[in-house]
Write a protein that binds this ligand. Structure first.
Ligand code: HEM
Length: 486
């Protein structure tokens, strides 16, 4: 492992500790059940893992811990404790429990200066739940997705029409920009896409750069990164508020997510305010931006390193374009791209942007492991489920280290056979991702275009993972040689 990767691993390890310290401040309450507590890994044992983290990387070490201590164990360091829950047998309550029993606690406080006080962690639970409904109705409903397809196709076709007959590009950079163009058009709307794209793109970049270990722990410290983050949010709020107000004044109605949020109503009939609409749309764009672009890049890196899988994905495109002949591809045609869907899902299994999910326990509960052991998870404990390990459990995923998209094909369905919460890249249950279907759709539109129109060859070595960012991403450049086929 090179020095930079060692630093990244150390930073990620530190972030994990910082996270535990911030949210734990745990006063373990009197226990209410007679079940035993999970086995414990103490600080000295954890510090001894540092050389192994440098040598083998975080995923391998997490996996070693799982093999050694099982699916439920508590890690303690510097007075902070965190209980790990691994695999579908022990994570049902983690994902499905009521917010009054298990929730994000104060962990997402850092989002208030990023998105504003109008939403999420700036508001009470009842308002948050209603705003969650607005997100689902604005982004996830099939009718919304159907209307996005032709816009996504237009954006993708226009973007690649500017490429030459052949050349070399950094796929990571290209996909990041293309996804932001799609997002601008589908989520933020025509005004931003046509007149303010570059400024808005830069501002979202600044907002993300303001998210680091220090701002995570102390979101209001006046560091240069926090100041730039605050300036970016103020300017973004100004731009987007003007768009909302101008639509309201003129009575103009558009077909985008911003409009859906403007038209949303609370149960008492109240409309969303300009401040809430702007905060909701900033949070949605931010939540989908890096996750989708990293997944598109990983999908490319995996496909281009596996010729047999690539061939199957190209053949599927040929079949589907034959079927739809001259008609434009529509929402249903993308649903039919099962092979491509599995290629993306498998890339996400191996490279989840969020390596772990964390919650605070407000009411103690018990879990039963696959081996039949019962453990009590006491009130005030911090619990985490490492997606990285969940997605690689060998009794669910055959040869988990192998890129094998066919494992998700209807004739194998490894995750469904494994049971609910076997596949956790999008979380699940009460706080499962609101943008999953949208994310698949936009990544499919891009990769379907690539497969139908270009021959691609990976020039860079297969990328390592950069764990130091808030969303784990492919490290460095990903150079690809392209040649038009059509
Ligand atoms: C490949 C792309 C994506 C991945 C891997 C991903 C992953 C996740 C995960 C793991 C969670 C659960 C967090 C938790 O339980 O603590 C989540 C939540 C969420 N995601 Fe995504 N996401 C993606 C794309 C998107 C997109 C495109 C949008 C919006 C357009 C979006 C909006 C949201 C929202 C609003 C939540 C919060 C749900 C809640 O708390 O109730 N995501 N996402």
């Amino acid at each position: 492992m090179d020095f930079a990767s060692m630093c990244c691993s150390a930073m990620a390890f530190l972030l994990f500790i910082v996270l535990c310290t911030k949210i734990s401040r745990a006063r373990t309450r009197r226990r209410t059940s007679h079940h035993q507590l999970p086995p414990s890994v103490n600080g000295i044992a954890l510090l001894r893992l540092l050389p192994a983290i440098f040598k083998k990387g975080i995923p391998a070490v997490m996996n070693d811990l799982y093999i050694k201590y099982g699916s439920v164990f508590t890690a303690s360091l510097f007075g902070a404790s965190i209980t790990l829950l691994i695999g579908p047998e022990v994570t049902a309550h983690f994902f499905q429990g009521l917010d009054s029993e298990i929730s994000h606690g104060n962990m997402f406080e850092f989002t208030v200066p990023m998105f504003g006080k109008g939403i999420a962690y700036g508001r009470d639970m009842a308002t948050r739940n209603e705003q969650k409904r607005f997100n689902v109705e604005a982004v996830l409903k099939p009718s919304r997705l159907t209307s996005h397809v032709s816009i996504m196709l237009q954006e993708v076709e226009s973007y690649f029409s500017k490429w030459g007959k052949e050349g070399i590009v950094d796929l990571k950079v290209e996909l990041e920009r293309l996804l932001m163009l799609i997002t601008s058009r589908c989520l933020l709307g025509k005004e931003v896409r046509e007149d303010m794209f570059d400024e808005v793109n830069t501002l979202f970049g600044e907002l993300g750069n303001g998210l680091n270990m220090i701002s995570f722990l102390y979101p209001y410290l006046p560091t240069p990164a926090c100041r730039r983050r605050d300036r970016a949010r103020i300017r973004l709020t100004e731009i987007l508020s003007n768009v909302v107000v101008s639509r309201k004044r003129s009575g103009r109605v558009e077909e985008d997510t911003l409009q859906r949020l403007m038209d949303s109503r609370y149960k008492d009939g109240r409309s969303t305010t300009v401040e809430e609409v702007v905060a909701l749309i900033i949070a949605l764009v931010f939540g989908g931006k890096h996750t989708s672009s990293h997944t598109s890049t990983w999908t490319g890196a995996r496909l281009l390193s596996h010729p047999t899988v690539l061939k199957a994905a190209i053949e599927e495109q040929e079949r589907i374009t034959q079927k739809y002949k001259d008609n434009e591809l529509d929402y249903n045609s993308f649903l039919e791209m099962v092979t491509l869907h599995c290629c993306i899902k498998e890339a996400l299994r191996m490279h989840p942007p969020a390596p772990a999910l964390v919650r605070k326990v407000h009411k103690s509960f018990t879990v039963q492991t696959r081996e039949g052991k019962h453990y009590e998870i006491p009130q005030e404990h911090i619990v985490a489920t490492p997606i990285l390990v969940n997605n690689n459990i060998p009794y669910i995923y055959k040869d988990p280290q192998v890129y094998d998209p066919h494992r998700f094909h209807p004739d194998r369905n490894e995750d469904k056979v494994g049971g609910k919460f076997s596949y956790t890249s999008f979380g699940g249950g009460r706080h499962g991702c609101n943008g999953e279907a949208y994310a698949y759709l936009q990544i499919k539109v891009i990769w379907s275009h690539f497969l139908r129109n270009f021959e691609l060859e990976l020039i860079s070595p297969f990328p390592k993972t950069d764990w130091s960012r808030y969303a784990a991403e492919p490290k460095g450049n990903l150079f690809v040689r392209y040649k038009r086929t059509a």
